[in-house]
Ligand binder design. Sequence first.
Ligand code: IPM
Ligand code: MG
Length: 362
Amino acid sequence: MTQNILVLPGDGIGQEIIGEALKVLRTLKADYGLDVEMEEALVGGTAYDEKGSPLPDDTLALAKDADAVLLGAVGGHKWESLPIAVRPEKGLLGLRSELGLFANLRPAILYPQLADASTLKPEIVSGLDIMIVRELTGGIYFGQPRGVRELENGEREGFNTLVYKESEVERIAKVAFDIARKRNNRVCSVDKANVLECTELWRDVVTQTHSSFSDVQLSHMYVDNAAMQLVRAPKQFDVIVTTNMFGDILSDCAAMLTGSIGMLPSASLNETGQGMYEPIHGSAPDIAGQNKANPLATILSVSMMLRYTLNEPDMAEHIDRSVSAVLDDGLRTEDIYSDGMQKVSTIEMGDAVVAKLKELNN
Ligand code: IPM
Ligand code: MG
């Protein structure tokens, strides 16, 4: 049965990196028999400019109907002074919450070819393979009440609410335990249970949920320590499960261990397996339109889509091998460039991956 992919390039480098991912999808359609249809729509600042909303109704309707969404990036300086309610980021947050994409999988894998690109010593990061499971539709990102109010003395006060229901913690913990079973069987739950009641409950529910997964090893860590351990000895981690905001922060940190945030894909899944796939880097307005951005995180997001939603693990494997092969050949976009390598543009990198895909198919 034909599956539908909604493609949302978004802002900044989004258009360019999505262009390369589309080449990969088209190659899989033409040469590997992938049975998908792609449709494009607007999201983020670009959507705001054209339609007055970062998440127009027709985009949301298409996303709900699609089997999978492929997103580039949202945001940029141009929209920074808009009210929060219509900022490009609201487009992304709206998609996450409207589609119920509560489970955000952010793998941080160091390609051996890029060991030199990390700012950490090679022996600290070589062989790194962490999966961060970030809760994505709750916590302080969505908690009510929120806002800025004026106090009696005229001073303004900003406030947000960190809130988690037991059921929200339980379902994300289950995802983490399930994933750990397919990996190295270890989960570290990250919280701030020494200070925040909400995450004390988090720890409690993760521990309870663990009773049905007693074959998996569970540990708990405070978020400040986790940040330190990630740069001190990152290989101690297998799966990390954490709240929306802690996951946002720790996943950027973990990304840099791998040399460049330009390499890391992500999947956001709901209860039915429908998913949104996006690189974890942002819209990088400083290099937008210059054919410099690294398209590999987006191409690897297509690979995750093939694995988690489209049920084509072999094709995913082919993408992963093609990416590895272009790195073996010494091709590097600027963000992962090091001496002696061959610097390539966004388009050249995409073309090289496509060429490998075709080669692997012969
Ligand atoms: C991410 C991003 C988003 C987030 C922004 C763009 C809203 O940083 O996906 O990590 O904070 O979740
Ligand atoms: Mg982030």
